[in-house]
Write a protein that binds this ligand. Structure first.
Ligand SMILES: [Zn+2]
Ligand SMILES: [Zn+2]
Length: 262
């Protein structure tokens, strides 16, 4: 007991952080004062705002121009109007609309890379809070009924020990006040990573590999698919295709970041 009191009176942050993943977020927040999820500095977060200090918030990249409301690719403008998206014209994604906190670069990219291995959920929450700050109003207007995530094969989840997409989906569902169903979509088998494939290659790689898990009914629901990064959109489009075929009314997408198409 004496040792525990000493440990709490002179907390070694690293030591406490090592024990805490198993102790749950509520205990962690009681023990540790707020620290920026990106740079680890002490700061006072705004009520309901992201767990990111002012400096890190200002460093979070934003889209520099107009983006397509469906696939988030950059779109040209003329006379204050956005012109049709050539990407959507070419491949018609199955989801109706998408939002992202920003482009996949700089500090946003660094945070997303950290999120893949963060078992505490702190990084996921900070990223979702950032997305909420930037596009929560639009997201709330969509009238989403349930939040899903692209499926991760059990072997990959076991190797990583973290399901980053599920963490994000659960945090978004809490913000929206709707149920999260991050395991609603399953993979039929382990598919090759999408990384490094062309858009047609990605579409071929994932097509027909997802299914709805048993016990889920969609009953004309509007499903929001939450993913960390949108690259070609092939994974989210296949998720939307399966959800619509299973009875969803609409499928929309929220990602934390969008890579440059190409
Ligand atoms: Zn910071
Ligand atoms: Zn588009």
């Amino acid at each position: 007991m004496k040792l525990l009191i000493v440990a709490l009176a002179r907390p070694s942050r690293l030591g406490i952080r090592r024990w805490l993943p198993g102790a749950g977020a509520a205990v962690r927040e009681l023990v540790l004062p707020p620290r920026c999820a990106a740079c680890d500095c002490d700061f006072t977060p705004e009520p309901g705002g992201p767990l990111l200090c002012g400096l890190c918030l200002r460093q979070m990249p934003r889209f520099s121009g107009a983006v397509c409301t469906r696939c988030l690719a950059p779109v040209p403008t003329a006379g204050g109007q956005t012109l049709p998206c050539s990407w959507c014209g070419q491949w018609q994604p199955k989801f109706a609309r998408a939002l992202a906190a920003g482009p996949y670069e700089g500090l946003l990219r660094q945070m997303l890379l950290r999120n893949k291995a963060d078992s505490t959920g702190v990084v996921a929450r900070a990223l979702v809070d950032l997305a909420w700050q930037r596009c929560g109003e639009q997201l709330a207007d969509w009238g989403v009924d349930v939040v899903a995530a692209p499926p991760m094969h059990w072997r990959r989840r076991w190797q990583r020990g973290v399901n980053a997409q599920a963490e994000l989906a659960e945090a978004v569902a809490r913000r929206l006040g709707v149920p999260a169903a991050p395991t609603m979509l399953r993979l039929r088998r382990e598919v090759a990573p999408q990384h490094g494939l062309s858009r047609p290659g990605r579409l071929r790689n994932i097509h027909g590999e997802m299914r709805l898990a048993r016990g889920h009914r969609l009953d004309a629901a509007h499903v929001l698919v939450v993913d960390d990064i949108l690259t070609s959109g092939a994974t989210c489009s296949e998720a939307a295709r399966v959800l619509l075929a299973a009875g969803a009314r609409e499928a929309s997408v929220l990602v934390i970041a969008r890579t440059s198409p190409g």
